[in-house]
Design a protein around this ligand. Structure first.
Ligand SMILES: CNc1ncnc2c1ncn2[C@@H]1O[C@H](COP(=O)(O)O)[C@@H](O)[C@H]1O
Length: 352
């Protein structure tokens, strides 16, 4: 067989059935979709005072760092997606984009958001997103299945975090499969959420946490606190000392690694070949390559697989092992695991 037939090229990476476990809903909205929403808002209210996304977020701009990244949501994208039709439209578009990229299983996460000026409660927001996911999943023509994780933002008060847990529990049988802790790593004290996350765990929710994303969120105190919550998966896992890496391995906690996001946002030192994926891939923990915010960093999951293969010299066989390992850490249980295993067993693209 020729080398070309076994290399991980763009075509292979696109066709490869993929599992996405770390994608923020609002950060996954493409600039084109945001532009459509902007046009609609502008059409309805010509005085709508928000800049065109194609100007505000130029198509070739991906170098958002941790200082410029978070305000993009709070001061811009949330103003655009501020009513139920735009939330529905963008959620559908995000699902479509993942499916077109060959993603077959998606755990999308979002922070429940109340939009007071339009009378939208956090419950309305979550129900609206879940209704789109449910309609999507019940359409047999779709090859992607999508579920929801609700995020607590590090800036939340205890009462706000408790509200997220309430929503997770309320909608557990309607597609919410877990809880997340996200948001600006420079903000907040995670210790205040210990009892809240314990309640989520006791209710049977799976848990994923943004972990050591930045030096400022990687103190021993913070990492010990987060590990004491017994998470099922961890996101980013960048500034982690050997002793915590050992615990992650011993506990077999899945890791969600986001190459392009970490490189573009300068969250790691160096470039792709320096990414800690190079270390984690040699451990036994499930590794899920993920996009984080494809709308911002513009690298779809297929590109993340291609980059991993290029920079770490991975063969198709190694890519297969990687994908199959991620199945173990999904939050939905045996039915989806069985579906995914059979997708990989039956896929005929490995040598095509
Ligand atoms: C560098 N990577 C990241 N680290 C931490 N939090 C992140 C993130 N990327 C996104 N978010 C969190 O997700 C929200 C947007 O999506 P949702 O409105 O929830 O759907 C952001 O406001 C931020 O709190």
């Amino acid at each position: 067989m020729s080398a070309a037939a076994t290399s991980v090229d763009e075509r292979f990476a696109r066709c490869l059935p993929k599992i996405e476990l770390h994608a923020h809903l609002t950060g996954s909205i493409s600039r084109e979709c945001l532009h459509d929403i902007w046009e609609t808002q502008k059409g309805q209210a010509p005085a709508f005072d928000v800049e065109d996304p194609l100007i505000a977020i130029p198509s070739d701009k991906v170098d958002y760092d941790l200082e410029t990244f978070f305000p993009l949501f709070s001061s811009y994208i949330y103003k655009l997606c501020s009513d139920l039709p735009s939330i529905e439209y963008s959620t559908r578009a995000v699902l479509q984009d993942f499916q077109v990229d060959g993603v077959v299983y998606l755990e999308l996460r979002t922070t429940p958001r109340a939009i007071r000026e339009n009378g939208i409660t956090k419950d309305d927001y979550v129900r609206t997103v879940l209704n789109i996911l449910s309609a999507w999943n019940s359409n047999a023509a779709n090859t992607l299945r999508a579920y929801l994780i609700l995020s607590v933002d590090r800036r939340n008060t205890i009462a706000q975090a408790e509200e997220v847990v309430d929503l997770c529990i309320k909608y557990q049988s309607a597609g919410v499969v877990g809880i997340d802790l996200c948001g600006d790593p420079a903000k907040g004290d995670v210790r205040i959420f210990t009892d809240t996350f314990a309640r989520a765990k006791a209710a049977g929710l799976n848990m994923t946490l943004h972990f050591a994303e930045a030096k400022v969120s990687a103190s021993d105190m913070e990492l010990e606190t987060l590990l004491s919550w017994m998470p099922n998966r961890l996101g980013h896992v960048i500034h982690v000392k050997e002793e915590y890496c050992k615990i992650i391995e011993q506990e077999n906690i899945g890791v969600e690694l986001c190459l392009s996001c970490n490189v573009h946002a300068r969250m790691i030192t160096g470039t792709y070949s320096d990414h800690h994926f190079g270390t984690w891939r040699h451990t036994n923990v499930p590794v899920a390559l993920s996009t984080d915010d494809v709308g911002v960093f513009c690298s779809p999951l297929s590109n993340e697989y291609e980059l991993a293969a290029q920079h770490f010299d991975l063969s198709r066989t190694e890519i297969r092992k990687l994908c199959v390992s991620a199945i173990e850490s999904i939050f939905t249980g045996e039915d989806e695991k069985t579906r995914l295993r059979s997708i990989y067993a039956e896929w005929d693209g490995w040598t095509a």
